[in-house]
Design a protein around this ligand. Structure first.
Ligand code: HEC
Ligand code: HEC
Length: 348
């Protein structure tokens, strides 16, 4: 009795050890400055094979109605996973409702999309797939398509221990890949590590970005970090940053139903911002200069305008240039060139 129990036990341990050797946990590197306030769902631990599969799926246009659009069509690595358009174009040829978002550092994001309507990356992944203006393919259909290939069943077997492809497993693999997209090696980060010296303009821009003005304006500040603060340069919060006096897009209100959420949007990351034009949820600003001019001169009053922007000072021409110079230090060349994030179907 005891002997057969210990036999079973050792077989079990052997099985676990075997699973780890054929599909070891993914060695995620968390930057020191970013902190550990993130969660990876217990039922979707990151593995080497899971991430590799998610990367294939991300770059595969088989996941669209007419085999022309993949996630990467609207999320291009060279543009920090945005697409360069004000609104994106998917399978239908009709523009999407809002501007494509960067996928950097999603591990720390709590509510996905501009209005935060999705709670997890697993839930998020199937939305563009099914959306008629994005990929236009019902998740079950997509799973069937993958099942019929010679390539994918084995990949799912390696990643999840079953070759039966389901939308749930597709979403899990995509989420695993997306969690690896960490950007933390910009000149600004190198400056924090003492490896890069900011130019005088970048330094002045950083000071403006990081602080608010005092009442007498002997200290001048643009107060950007109040919202886009911290190592990730974003916030898991929603604000109205004064784009319109009569906003057309209800934003966060559509999700919560609260009046105070009218025209509020998630504070997006400013990492790699020089690469992700055009700007805002509707892509209305073409350049960073336009954005800075907005904050300096054109904050529109409306009922839900953030109190932090009511006292915004008018910036001088020099200050505008300095702020833009600082924003450029957030561009992470390693992130957009990292082969591990690129298209796995392209052989080097
Ligand atoms: C046709 C263009 C298009 C395609 C294809 C597309 N996306 Fe997106 N993506 C967008 C747009 C536009 C948004 C912002 C939508 C919104 O907030 O309403 C977005 C937002 C996201 C976000 C939210 C990021 C954040 O910070 O909240 C994630 C994650 C994402 N997409 C992943 C994917 C994945 C995974 C796929 C493939 C399964 C995909 N996208 C396919 C255009 C696209
Ligand atoms: C009250 C909070 C708040 C403050 C302060 C603030 N922002 Fe923003 N910022 C936001 C929100 C919210 C958005 C998204 C708005 C939208 O698209 O409707 C945004 C969007 C942006 C974008 C566009 C991002 C993208 O991916 O399209 C840039 C660039 C930007 N802000 C830069 C700045 C700069 C520079 C400052 C300082 C002058 C600043 N912000 C101050 C809340 C803030």
């Amino acid at each position: 009795m005891i002997r057969s129990l210990s036999l079973i036990l050792s077989l079990l341990l052997l099985g676990i050890a075997f699973a780890f050797t054929i599909n070891p946990p993914y060695p995620l590197q968390i930057p020191n400055t970013f902190g550990h306030r993130y969660t990876i769902p217990a039922d979707n631990p990151m593995t080497v094979e899971g991430v590799a599969l998610g990367r294939y799926l991300f770059y595969d246009s088989l996941l669209s109605k007419n085999n022309t659009i993949s996630c990467s069509s609207c999320h291009r690595q060279a543009l920090a996973f945005t697409d360069g358009f004000a609104l994106s174009i998917g399978v239908s040829g009709r523009p999407t409702f809002r501007n494509s978002m960067s996928l950097a550092n999603l591990l720390w994001v709590r509510d996905f999309f501009w209005d935060g309507h999705s709670k997890t990356l697993e839930a998020q992944a199937l939305i563009p797939l099914a959306h008629p203006d994005e990929m236009g393919l019902a998740p079950e259909k997509a799973a069937q398509k993958l099942q019929q290939t010679t390539f994918y069943p084995l990949r799912f077997l390696k990643a999840f221990g079953t070759d039966q492809i389901t939308p749930e497993l597709m979403a899990k693999a995509l989420a695993q890949f997306e969690r690896t997209l960490i950007s933390a090696n910009s000149p600004y980060d190198q400056h924090l590590q003492g490896k890069y010296t900011l130019t005088p303009a970048e330094k002045r821009g950083m000071d403006l970005f990081m602080r608010g003005s005092n009442r007498e304006q002997t200290i001048r500040g643009a107060n950007c970090a109040h919202c886009h603060g911290g190592a990730q340069f974003f916030q898991n919060r929603f604000h109205n940053n004064g784009l319109d006096a009569s906003p057309l897009d209800p934003g966060r209100q559509e999700v919560t139903g609260f009046d105070e959420d009218f025209a509020r949007f998630r504070v997006p990351t400013l990492r790699n911002i020089a690469l992700t034009a055009p700007y805002m949820h509707d892509g209305r600003f073409k350049t960073l200069e336009d954005v800075v001019n907005h904050y300096s001169d054109h904050i529109a009053q409306s009922t839900t305008l953030s109190a932090d922007l009511r006292g915004m000072i008018a910036l001088t021409a020099q200050e505008r240039q300095d702020l833009v110079a600082f924003l450029h230090t957030l561009t992470d060349q390693e992130f957009i060139r990292n082969p591990a994030f690129g298209n796995p179907f392209l052989r080097p």
